[in-house]
Ligand binder design. Structure first.
Ligand SMILES: CC(C)=CCC/C(C)=C/CC/C(C)=C/COP(=O)(O)OP(=O)(O)O
Length: 240
Protein backbone atom coordinates (compact mmCIF):
# COMPACT_ATOMS: atom_id res chain seq x y z
CA UNK A 1 0.00 0.00 0.00
CA UNK A 2 2.69 2.42 -1.14
CA UNK A 3 2.32 6.16 -1.60
CA UNK A 4 0.31 7.44 1.39
CA UNK A 5 2.79 10.16 2.33
CA UNK A 6 3.22 11.25 -1.30
CA UNK A 7 -0.56 11.47 -1.54
CA UNK A 8 -0.68 13.65 1.61
CA UNK A 9 1.96 15.95 0.12
CA UNK A 10 0.17 16.12 -3.23
CA UNK A 11 -3.13 17.02 -1.56
CA UNK A 12 -1.60 19.32 1.05
CA UNK A 13 -2.72 17.08 3.89
CA UNK A 14 -1.04 16.08 7.12
CA UNK A 15 0.94 12.84 6.83
CA UNK A 16 -1.47 11.03 9.15
CA UNK A 17 -4.39 12.05 6.94
CA UNK A 18 -2.58 10.41 4.03
CA UNK A 19 -2.61 7.17 6.05
CA UNK A 20 -6.29 7.70 6.93
CA UNK A 21 -7.07 8.01 3.23
CA UNK A 22 -5.03 4.84 2.71
CA UNK A 23 -7.13 2.97 5.24
CA UNK A 24 -10.40 4.09 3.59
CA UNK A 25 -9.09 2.74 0.30
CA UNK A 26 -8.21 -0.54 1.97
CA UNK A 27 -11.87 -0.91 3.00
CA UNK A 28 -13.01 -0.14 -0.58
CA UNK A 29 -10.48 -2.57 -2.02
CA UNK A 30 -11.69 -5.30 0.34
CA UNK A 31 -15.23 -4.81 -0.93
CA UNK A 32 -14.13 -4.81 -4.60
CA UNK A 33 -12.01 -7.93 -4.12
CA UNK A 34 -14.92 -9.65 -2.46
CA UNK A 35 -17.26 -8.67 -5.29
CA UNK A 36 -14.70 -9.83 -7.87
CA UNK A 37 -14.45 -13.23 -6.17
CA UNK A 38 -10.99 -13.00 -4.58
CA UNK A 39 -10.89 -15.07 -1.44
CA UNK A 40 -7.36 -14.37 -0.21
CA UNK A 41 -6.06 -10.83 0.12
CA UNK A 42 -2.77 -9.93 1.77
CA UNK A 43 -1.68 -6.37 2.49
CA UNK A 44 1.72 -5.06 3.55
CA UNK A 45 0.77 -2.59 6.26
CA UNK A 46 4.00 -2.09 8.25
CA UNK A 47 7.45 -3.54 7.70
CA UNK A 48 10.12 -4.13 10.32
CA UNK A 49 12.13 -1.44 8.49
CA UNK A 50 9.25 1.02 9.01
CA UNK A 51 10.14 1.03 12.75
CA UNK A 52 13.19 3.09 11.70
CA UNK A 53 10.99 6.02 10.63
CA UNK A 54 10.69 9.11 12.87
CA UNK A 55 9.31 8.03 16.30
CA UNK A 56 6.33 10.45 15.97
CA UNK A 57 5.43 8.91 12.62
CA UNK A 58 5.67 5.35 13.95
CA UNK A 59 3.60 6.35 16.99
CA UNK A 60 0.92 8.05 14.89
CA UNK A 61 0.67 5.11 12.49
CA UNK A 62 0.38 2.63 15.38
CA UNK A 63 -2.39 4.75 16.97
CA UNK A 64 -4.22 4.87 13.67
CA UNK A 65 -3.85 1.14 13.25
CA UNK A 66 -5.30 0.50 16.70
CA UNK A 67 -8.22 2.85 16.04
CA UNK A 68 -8.91 1.23 12.66
CA UNK A 69 -8.64 -2.33 13.96
CA UNK A 70 -11.45 -1.48 16.39
CA UNK A 71 -13.52 -0.21 13.42
CA UNK A 72 -12.71 -3.33 11.42
CA UNK A 73 -14.06 -5.69 14.06
CA UNK A 74 -17.13 -3.70 15.10
CA UNK A 75 -20.34 -5.78 14.90
CA UNK A 76 -21.64 -4.14 11.72
CA UNK A 77 -18.26 -3.62 10.04
CA UNK A 78 -17.71 -4.59 6.41
CA UNK A 79 -15.41 -7.38 7.59
CA UNK A 80 -18.20 -9.00 9.62
CA UNK A 81 -20.92 -8.29 7.05
CA UNK A 82 -18.88 -10.00 4.32
CA UNK A 83 -17.60 -12.77 6.61
CA UNK A 84 -13.90 -11.95 6.27
CA UNK A 85 -11.46 -13.58 8.68
CA UNK A 86 -8.48 -11.40 9.62
CA UNK A 87 -4.99 -12.64 10.37
CA UNK A 88 -2.09 -10.38 11.37
CA UNK A 89 1.16 -11.90 10.20
CA UNK A 90 4.65 -10.89 11.16
CA UNK A 91 6.95 -10.66 14.16
CA UNK A 92 4.09 -9.56 16.40
CA UNK A 93 6.24 -9.42 19.53
CA UNK A 94 7.84 -6.28 18.07
CA UNK A 95 4.50 -4.44 18.45
CA UNK A 96 3.73 -2.45 21.58
CA UNK A 97 1.53 -4.20 24.13
CA UNK A 98 -1.70 -2.26 23.30
CA UNK A 99 -1.31 -2.79 19.55
CA UNK A 100 -0.55 -6.46 20.05
CA UNK A 101 -3.70 -6.87 22.17
CA UNK A 102 -5.83 -5.21 19.46
CA UNK A 103 -4.29 -7.42 16.81
CA UNK A 104 -4.92 -10.57 18.86
CA UNK A 105 -8.46 -9.50 19.62
CA UNK A 106 -9.15 -8.88 15.90
CA UNK A 107 -7.91 -12.38 15.04
CA UNK A 108 -10.00 -13.97 17.80
CA UNK A 109 -13.14 -11.97 17.01
CA UNK A 110 -13.12 -12.79 13.30
CA UNK A 111 -12.13 -16.45 13.75
CA UNK A 112 -15.69 -17.55 12.94
CA UNK A 113 -15.77 -15.74 9.56
CA UNK A 114 -15.18 -18.05 6.63
CA UNK A 115 -16.06 -16.34 3.32
CA UNK A 116 -12.65 -14.78 2.65
CA UNK A 117 -9.31 -14.15 4.38
CA UNK A 118 -7.50 -10.86 4.86
CA UNK A 119 -3.87 -11.22 5.96
CA UNK A 120 -2.38 -8.00 7.27
CA UNK A 121 1.42 -8.09 7.37
CA UNK A 122 2.68 -5.98 10.28
CA UNK A 123 6.18 -5.94 11.77
CA UNK A 124 6.90 -8.10 8.75
CA UNK A 125 9.80 -8.60 6.40
CA UNK A 126 10.38 -11.66 4.28
CA UNK A 127 13.98 -12.10 5.38
CA UNK A 128 12.85 -12.14 9.03
CA UNK A 129 10.10 -14.61 8.15
CA UNK A 130 12.52 -16.95 6.36
CA UNK A 131 15.21 -16.75 9.07
CA UNK A 132 12.66 -17.50 11.79
CA UNK A 133 11.12 -20.38 9.85
CA UNK A 134 14.56 -21.96 9.33
CA UNK A 135 15.38 -21.52 13.04
CA UNK A 136 12.08 -23.10 14.09
CA UNK A 137 12.51 -25.97 11.63
CA UNK A 138 15.96 -26.68 13.13
CA UNK A 139 14.55 -26.47 16.66
CA UNK A 140 11.81 -28.91 15.73
CA UNK A 141 14.37 -31.41 14.45
CA UNK A 142 16.83 -30.78 17.30
CA UNK A 143 16.81 -34.35 18.53
CA UNK A 144 17.54 -35.83 15.11
CA UNK A 145 20.28 -33.24 14.53
CA UNK A 146 21.84 -34.13 17.91
CA UNK A 147 21.68 -37.82 17.07
CA UNK A 148 23.58 -37.20 13.85
CA UNK A 149 26.03 -35.11 15.84
CA UNK A 150 26.55 -37.92 18.33
CA UNK A 151 27.10 -40.50 15.62
CA UNK A 152 30.15 -38.38 14.84
CA UNK A 153 30.41 -39.54 11.25
CA UNK A 154 30.79 -35.98 10.01
CA UNK A 155 28.11 -36.73 7.42
CA UNK A 156 25.18 -34.42 8.03
CA UNK A 157 22.03 -35.24 6.13
CA UNK A 158 20.30 -31.96 6.90
CA UNK A 159 18.63 -31.95 3.50
CA UNK A 160 16.76 -35.09 4.56
CA UNK A 161 15.76 -33.56 7.88
CA UNK A 162 14.68 -30.09 6.76
CA UNK A 163 13.06 -29.44 3.41
CA UNK A 164 10.94 -26.77 1.73
CA UNK A 165 7.72 -28.15 3.26
CA UNK A 166 9.17 -27.89 6.80
CA UNK A 167 10.19 -24.27 6.27
CA UNK A 168 6.80 -23.53 4.67
CA UNK A 169 5.01 -24.76 7.80
CA UNK A 170 6.88 -22.28 9.98
CA UNK A 171 6.28 -19.21 7.81
CA UNK A 172 4.12 -16.35 9.08
CA UNK A 173 2.16 -16.97 5.86
CA UNK A 174 1.68 -20.70 6.55
CA UNK A 175 -1.63 -21.95 5.16
CA UNK A 176 -2.08 -19.03 2.75
CA UNK A 177 -1.83 -20.00 -0.93
CA UNK A 178 1.08 -18.35 -2.76
CA UNK A 179 -0.03 -15.10 -4.39
CA UNK A 180 -1.05 -14.96 -8.06
CA UNK A 181 -0.39 -11.24 -8.37
CA UNK A 182 1.38 -8.71 -6.19
CA UNK A 183 0.12 -5.18 -6.78
CA UNK A 184 2.59 -2.51 -5.75
CA UNK A 185 1.09 0.93 -6.09
CA UNK A 186 2.91 4.19 -6.95
CA UNK A 187 4.75 2.65 -9.90
CA UNK A 188 7.56 0.94 -7.97
CA UNK A 189 8.70 -2.44 -9.28
CA UNK A 190 10.53 -3.55 -6.12
CA UNK A 191 9.25 -6.16 -3.68
CA UNK A 192 10.74 -4.36 -0.65
CA UNK A 193 11.16 -7.55 1.37
CA UNK A 194 7.56 -8.70 0.88
CA UNK A 195 6.65 -12.37 0.26
CA UNK A 196 10.03 -13.22 -1.30
CA UNK A 197 9.63 -16.93 -0.50
CA UNK A 198 6.04 -17.08 -1.75
CA UNK A 199 6.40 -15.05 -4.96
CA UNK A 200 8.50 -17.46 -7.04
CA UNK A 201 5.86 -17.69 -9.83
CA UNK A 202 3.88 -14.59 -9.07
CA UNK A 203 3.13 -11.66 -11.38
CA UNK A 204 4.05 -8.15 -10.32
CA UNK A 205 1.65 -5.39 -11.31
CA UNK A 206 2.52 -1.79 -10.54
CA UNK A 207 -0.02 0.88 -11.37
CA UNK A 208 1.28 4.47 -11.25
CA UNK A 209 -1.55 5.55 -8.92
CA UNK A 210 -0.65 6.16 -5.28
CA UNK A 211 -2.35 3.75 -2.86
CA UNK A 212 -5.05 6.22 -1.73
CA UNK A 213 -5.92 6.83 -5.41
CA UNK A 214 -6.62 3.16 -6.17
CA UNK A 215 -10.10 2.59 -7.57
CA UNK A 216 -12.23 -0.33 -8.71
CA UNK A 217 -10.85 0.11 -12.25
CA UNK A 218 -7.26 -0.31 -11.13
CA UNK A 219 -8.23 -3.70 -9.71
CA UNK A 220 -10.06 -4.67 -12.88
CA UNK A 221 -6.93 -3.79 -14.91
CA UNK A 222 -4.82 -5.89 -12.51
CA UNK A 223 -7.15 -8.83 -13.11
CA UNK A 224 -6.99 -8.39 -16.89
CA UNK A 225 -3.19 -8.29 -16.62
CA UNK A 226 -3.32 -11.53 -14.60
CA UNK A 227 -5.69 -13.20 -17.07
CA UNK A 228 -3.46 -12.31 -20.03
CA UNK A 229 -0.49 -13.90 -18.27
CA UNK A 230 -2.32 -16.71 -16.51
CA UNK A 231 -1.18 -19.53 -18.78
CA UNK A 232 2.47 -18.62 -18.29
CA UNK A 233 2.01 -18.69 -14.50
CA UNK A 234 0.11 -21.98 -14.64
CA UNK A 235 2.82 -23.62 -16.77
CA UNK A 236 5.58 -22.41 -14.44
CA UNK A 237 3.72 -23.75 -11.41
CA UNK A 238 3.24 -27.11 -13.13
CA UNK A 239 6.95 -27.37 -13.94
CA UNK A 240 7.99 -26.41 -10.40
C1 LIG B 1 -5.55 -1.41 10.31
C2 LIG B 1 -4.74 -1.30 9.08
C3 LIG B 1 -4.52 -2.51 8.30
C4 LIG B 1 -4.24 -0.08 8.72
C5 LIG B 1 -3.40 0.16 7.52
C6 LIG B 1 -3.16 1.63 7.32
C7 LIG B 1 -2.20 1.88 6.16
C8 LIG B 1 -2.75 2.41 4.90
C9 LIG B 1 -0.88 1.59 6.30
C10 LIG B 1 0.16 1.80 5.25
C11 LIG B 1 1.49 2.04 5.92
C12 LIG B 1 2.69 2.27 5.08
C13 LIG B 1 3.97 2.37 5.82
C14 LIG B 1 2.60 2.42 3.72
C15 LIG B 1 3.72 2.73 2.81
O1 LIG B 1 3.47 3.99 2.18
P1 LIG B 1 4.31 5.29 2.60
O2 LIG B 1 3.68 5.92 3.75
O3 LIG B 1 5.72 4.86 2.81
O4 LIG B 1 4.15 6.27 1.40
P2 LIG B 1 5.33 7.01 0.56
O5 LIG B 1 5.95 5.92 -0.26
O6 LIG B 1 4.59 8.02 -0.23
O7 LIG B 1 6.30 7.63 1.53
Amino acid sequence: MDGNRRYAKKKNLLEKDGYRAGFSVLINVLRYCYELGMKQITVYAFSIDNFKRRPEEVQSLMELMQEKIDELIAEESIVNRLGIRIYFRGNLKLLSEPVRSSVEMAMAKTAGNSKAVLSVCVAYTSTDEIARAVQESCEEKQDEIREQDASNTGNYALEQLIGVADIDRHMYMAGVPDPDVIIRTSGGTRLSNFLLWQSAHCLLYSPRALWPEISFWHLVLAIIYFQRNYFYVKEKKKQA
